[in-house]
Design a protein around this ligand. Structure first.
Ligand SMILES: C[S@@+](CC[C@H](N)C(=O)[O-])C[C@H]1O[C@@H](n2cnc3c(N)ncnc32)[C@H](O)[C@@H]1O
Length: 125
């Protein structure tokens, strides 16, 4: 299996841009008790979300897990089999796992058809 297919099969796409700058998120962090609360990141990968929160001063304590850790602060664990409990706040971007595994060529054709269809809808709107 090539690199892209392996990543897709396990949903290994990390959040590179910081999604936490929106004022709605800021309002939520106050209600959730950040930065005092321990944050759970159950599908952490390279721990990008925690790094974004830390950079903004919104997280001082966290527990991060991943089936394939890509950062020293992430503990190896299958979260789908054993979900960590006892946390009040959980922030994650979970793996978007395909319900059915399509062959790569069919997957690419299908996404191309959907894009063309959406383009036609948009042009006729
Ligand atoms: C879409 S990535 C997001 C990573 C991170 N939350 C972020 O936003 O950058 C999903 C992550 O879930 C992990 N994952 C997939 N299945 C898992 C499982 N059963 N238990 C724990 N982690 C899993 C993948 O390894 C991958 O790192």
């Amino acid at each position: 299996m090539n690199g892209f297919l392996k990543k897709r099969a396990k949903g290994q796409f990390y959040t590179k841009a910081n999604p936490f700058k929106h004022r709605a998120f800021k309002a939520w962090t106050d209600k959730a008790g950040l930065p005092k609360t321990v944050v759970l990141e159950p599908f952490a990968g390279a721990n990008s979300l925690i790094t974004h929160l830390k950079d903004m001063g919104l997280c001082h304590r966290f527990k991060s897990f991943d089936i394939k850790p890509a950062h020293v602060e992430v503990k190896k664990q299958d979260t789908l089999k054993k979900f960590p409990t006892g946390y009040k706040v959980c922030i994650t971007n979970p793996p978007w796992l395909p319900v059915i595994q399509l062959p790569a060529c069919l997957w690419i054709s299908l996404s191309a058809i959907i894009k063309i269809f959406m383009l036609l809808l948009w042009k006729n709107a």
